[in-house]
Every structure is written in C-alpha cells, then in structure tokens.
Write a protein that binds this ligand. Sequence first.
Ligand SMILES: [Zn+2]
Ligand SMILES: [Zn+2]
Length: 371
Amino acid sequence: MSPFAPEILKVPATPPESLPNFMTAAVLYGREDVRIEQVPVPRAAPGELIVEVAAALTCGTDLKVFRRGYHAKMIQPPALFGHELAGTVVEVGEGVANFALGDRVVPINSAPCGHCYFCQRAQENLCENLLFNNGAYAEFLRIPAEIVARNTLRVPAHVSLEHAALTEPLACALHGFEDSNPHPGDTVAVIGGGPLGLMMMHIAALHGCRVIAVVKHDAQAAVAKSLGAEHIVQTTQVEDAVQAVRALTPDQRGVDIAIEAVAIPETWEQAVAMVRNGGTVNFFGGPETGTKVQLDTNRLHYGDLTLKATFHHTPAICRRAFELIASGKFQAQHFITAQSPLSELNSAFAQLLDRSANNRIKTAILPEVHR
Ligand SMILES: [Zn+2]
Ligand SMILES: [Zn+2]
C-alpha cells in the first residue's frame, strides 16, 4: 500500500457499492521516479465528479515533468500524475446538474477562477488562480467543481474517448495558431516535430496555409507529410535551417508566420530569422526558467515583426478544439500511435523519450479496471 494519501483521496466511511476502495494509479515522486501504486479511490464532494478513465494520453509536458521531477505551475510531487484524459462519469457530487452517471466526458486539466484581473479580460489562460488537475494515469479521477462547472465537455457517441482526450493539447496548439494572425494561403513554418508541433502543422494545413515543417527525425518528417505539410526541412540534412526555409519562399523573403515548438533558445532565434518582414513569430515552446535569447533589434524594428508567445488555453478554445476533433476534420488517429497498460507507464515514457528510435507521438495509457 502506498504511504501516499493526499487529502483529496481520503477513503470515505461508506463508499458507494459501485466503486472499489482502492485503485491503481501512477504517483510522481520526483525525477524519473513514477511508481504504479494502490491508492484510495477518490470520492465526489459537492460540485465534483468522479470519472472512470478510459484513456489517458502521454504528453510532452508529462515527459518534461518526468525528467525534471516537477512543474512550477502544474504539479509538485508527490502527486498523482497525468492530465490528458477522457472517461465516463461514475459518481456525481451533490449539486451537479449538468452531468449524470454514465456520461462520456473530457474533463480539461485546468479551470480559470472567472473573477481575477485576467479572467475579467478574457485572458483566462493567465488566470492568477488557475486550478490544475492531475491524476489521469489512474483508474479513476476526481474532477474539481471548478472544472466540472467551466471546463468539462460531453463526448458524443460518434467520437472515441481516446480521440476526445486530445482536446487539451489541441486547445494549446489551436490557441497558439489563432494567436499568430493566420490567413488562408499564408506560408507557415513550424519548428519542432513533437506532438504539439505536429498538431500545429495539421491545424495550419486545415486552415488552408502552406506548411513548412522543420523537424529532426525521419519519423517526424513522415508524419508531418501525412498531416499536410507541403515541405519538410529536416535539420539533420541541411546546414542552415533558416536558409533552407527561406529558399522555399518567393525571393527568399521568409515565411508569413514562424511558430517555434521546440523550446530552446536556438530555435527561438531561428524562428525570428526565417520570418518575412511584417510577419509574425510565435514562441510557442516553453523553455526552462532563466533561458535567454539574442535578437537583432534593428531587424525587429525595421522589419516590422510581430513577436508573440502563447501559453495554455481558455475554456472557449477548448470547446473549439473539441469541435474540431468531433467534426472528423482533425485526423486524431495520427497522433495516438501506441497503447500501453497503466502498469507499464514507465516503459511507455522510456520509449517516448527515445525519439530517434521509434515513431511514437502519443501513447494511450489504458487502466485495467477490475470491477
Ligand atoms: Zn498535455
Ligand atoms: Zn482568474
């Protein structure tokens, strides 16, 4: 039995007959230390839901957390782990009117407070009280009242729960794309072939943009092509990625929009160097604290560049992302490239971290519920 028993997971005196007392869950203890343990099944307080997890998706952020052992905003160990999921409502807290037992839902990983300075200005992604919910790598997950009220979506029967679980990362990508001032016909370079970079490429292609994918690995190049990228610049095969991208634009003018999705200073600088005068750069990847970049101020000013950075998502964007998945236009099946039982989460992470060795994008972690 796990010594880990956070406040929210206290076992109730009389659990409902339908739910077991204990469940299998992944607990993050620190750097590369995630253990699969038995923990108490959470119970729904007023306003909350308990969701039986159908699938939880691995995410670049989770891998980052796995390597670093923490995430300043999202998660501090020891803690239940995982945040992209969809499932079925198995317990409804007092006072919840909009969801019922058996509903198929996507509970998003966060909810804004709705009343702070940022929320009042429709910048809920910057909410001062952003509430994060972790614990998707488990059989059951408690959904806090704020997320039930503001950021839980019902999944129609024609959408698979695995695909619906892509809503949160897609919302991040969609937010970044919409923030980049895109127009159909624009040439968009996306640097980075991780899950979010690939999503960004796919969204841009669906929007009618010409996409140049700047990626490292063969597998990423292949996926980028199938998601609609017109040109691939593979960084291992060119001397200068910036020149290679510019060469694909008329008069080597540069791209209309450059989106950085790697999160290192070198690629932030490349994004600025490959955009055309009057174009927009989106620093979408979140580098480590303390990271600095060097930018040519003359170019920024006289080139009339717009520099943007986009973090996280808002409830409205989550809804649009979900609609894109439900519409069938977004090719969700390309993004979930493997399935793994919860008990093998560590080896699933190890495989995802070894990007050159396989073509995995996201792995669906499937709990084995014994009921
Ligand atoms: Zn994520
Ligand atoms: Zn707020």
